[in-house]
Design a protein around this ligand. Sequence first.
Ligand code: DP6
Length: 329
Amino acid sequence: MKATALAHPNIALVKYWGKRDEALILPHQSSLSLTLAPMSVTTTVEFGATSSDHVEINGHTAKGSERERVLRVLEVVRAEKGGALGPARMVSRGDFPAAAGLASSAAGFAALAVAARAAAGLPEDAKAASMLARLGSGSACRSVQGGFCEWRRGEREDGTDSYAVQRFDAGHWPELRMVVAILNRDEKEVKSRDGMRHTVETSPYYPAWVKDAEAEVPRAVEVIQRKDLQALGDLSERNAWRMHATSLAAEPPLCYLHANTLGLIEHLREQRKKGMPVWFTLDAGPNPVLLTDAAHEVAAEALARACGAVDVVRCVPGGDAVLKSEHLF
Ligand code: DP6
C-alpha cells in the first residue's frame, strides 16, 4: 500500500497552450517535449495508514488548490480500486535548485501518478499513468516517460485518448543540451493555467495557433528522427514566438517577455550568425531555455551569464519515471 516514484521535468518544443476541457485538462492541440535530467521530484504515497488525507510538498503541508489537485489524482486511483484504499499520505520532494525557473509541477504530478498507482497495486502502465498525471497538470502527462514525448490531444470527450506517448527514448540524441537561463526569479507572472485560459477566451489569433501547433508536431518528430539540430532549433523558436504572439494578442494583452529576455534573444541571434549552434524556447515566463549540443553547452552558459542570467541549469535528455525501493517516510 506504499510506493515511491521519481520523475523528471520536461520542456516543450511544441507547446501546449489552451484547454478544450478545463475539468479533464484536455488540450486544443497536441504538443511535444523533451524530458530533462538531472532535476527530479521524488514522491511517496501510502494508502490506509492515516485517518485523513495528508499532502506534504517540499516540507510544507499543502493547502488550497495545490492540495485539491493532488487529492483529485488520488481520488481517481481510489475509484479505480472500488474506493477501498482509505485515506492517503503523500510526501513529495524536488531536488530543483531553488531558482531553477522550471515549474516542478510536471515532474511532481508524473511522480505522484506512478507512485499512487503502484501503492494501490495497479500494474505499471505508462498510458494509464500519463492520463492520471494529466489530471494534475497537463504538461505532467509528458513526464511519465523519458526522451521525446508527444501528447496527443485526442478526440473523445472523456479524455481516454488524450495522453503522451514516447517517440524517442533518452538515448536517441545524447548530445542534445537544454540550458535554462534564469534571468528573473520573481514569481509574479500570470500562471500558465490562467494565462492559457485568458488567451483561449480573448485572443483572435488563438484558432491560428491551434492549427499551426498541431501541424508542427509531426514536423518536429521528423527532424528529431534525423537529429537535425538546426531544424529543431528553428522549429522550437518559431513555436515559442507563436505561443507568445497569441498571448500578446489577448485582451488585455499577456506579455511574459521582459526586457532582458529580448536582450538575450538578440545576443543569441548574433552568436548564431557567427556560427554558434544555439536556439531558444520560452514557456509562460521570462526565462529562456537554450537549445544546443554538448560541444557548445559551456559557451551557451557563458552567453546566458553575459546577458544577466543569475543562475544557469544545464540539462541533458532524461529517462522514464521510475519506482524506487527507498521511501520518503
Ligand atoms: C507554457 O501544464 O502547467 O509550459 O495543465 O493548467 O496545469 P495546466 O498547465 P501546465 O502548462 C504548461 C504550459 C507551457 C507549455 C508546455 O509545457 O507545453
